[in-house]
Design a protein. Structure first.
Length: 44
């Protein structure tokens, strides 16, 4: 039972790390897009 619990915990942490790794670049891209659109609006 302990081994299963440890495995589940490990799976949860790897999932979190994976999600963070996916979300961070996506967030950067989103922020870049937002700043670009704001700059475009200011230019107009």
């Amino acid at each position: 039972v302990l081994v299963l619990a440890q495995r589940a915990q490990l799976c949860g942490t790897t999932r979190r790390v994976f999600l963070v790794l996916l979300l961070v670049p996506a967030q950067r891209v989103w922020v870049d897009g937002a700043t670009r659109s704001v700059e475009m609006l200011r230019a107009v």
